[in-house]
Design a protein around this ligand. Structure first.
Ligand code: PGA
Length: 252
């Protein structure tokens, strides 16, 4: 059985005080939900230490939204994987399409970030996904395959065992336009086949999350698909109620 995961990507939203309230509400609501659903919240860097404190012992884990390519040194404005891990953070989102698009992250950058994440004991949530024009041109499977081959294929088998993948079609992020459950399943199966081509049977255990306008009203249908193991949630993770509802969608 693969892990069921609902991860909230808060992006650049909430003040530390608002984030603390949100984390408290998620932790309180999580108590009512089966331990079989893993909850992760990914607040901005400035909130991490307080959110780790609030969620300790509640079954809600904490992730960062990015980390530096380098270990330490003269890199003004950067935050290292070691700094993040030392706070008790367990996960890090890497390769989110907003980072690829607005901050020029390439596979080369991401290989270095992955190395830092693993070296410091963080579990990466590696994001892949095609743009609208790539889907319209029928190139979506090739684009996602290349995003996996260029980064994930460099992992050792031991590193691969800890990986989480998130499929986020760029045209569905923050747009209100969700991939249909069939489109998600088709791509998730393609991702798992691509991973299996390199890592064999271990790919059966890799959680593959769907992201892109996932909300309480569509989560149930998406999560019912064989290769959809949960969600990476943006907008709907900023309200504890909707985030928790998405987690409950597994139980229906
Ligand atoms: P969204 O974002 O749920 O607001 O579409 C998802 C994400 O970018 O992780």
């Amino acid at each position: 059985m693969r892990r069921k995961i609902v991860a909230g990507n808060w992006k650049m939203n909430t003040t530390p005080a608002e984030g603390a309230e949100l984390a408290k509400a998620v932790a309180a609501g999580k108590k009512e939900i089966c331990d079989c659903v893993n909850f992760i919240v990914c607040p901005p860097y400035t909130h991490l230490s307080e959110v780790v404190r609030i969620t300790r012992g509640t079954g809600v884990a904490v992730g960062a939204q990015d980390c530096a390519t380098e270990e330490k040194g003269a890199f003004t404005g950067e935050v290292s994987a070691r700094m993040i891990a030392s706070l008790g953070v367990e996960y890090v989102i890497l390769g989110h399409s907003e980072r690829r698009q607005y901050y020029g992250e390439t596979s080369e950058t991401l290989n270095r970030k992955m190395r830092q994440a693993y070296a410091n004991g963080l579990t990466p949530i590696y994001c892949v996904g095609e743009k609208l024009e790539e889907r319209e041109d029928g190139r979506h499977f090739d684009v996602v395959k290349a995003q996996l081959e260029e980064v994930i294929y460099h992992l050792t088998p031991e590193q691969f065992e800890r990986l989480i993948v998130a499929y986020e079609p760029v045209w569905a992020i923050g747009t209100g336009k969700t991939a249909t459950a069939d489109q998600a399943q088709e791509m998730h199966a393609h991702i798992r086949r691509t991973l299996a081509a390199k890592f064999g049977a271990a790919a059966e255990q890799t959680p593959i999350l769907y992201g892109g306008s996932c909300k309480p009203s569509n989560a149930g249908e998406l999560f019912a698909k064989e290769d959809v193991d949960g969600g990476l949630i943006g907008g709907a993770a900023l309200e504890a109620d909707s985030f928790l509802q998405i987690g409950k969608a597994f139980l229906k």
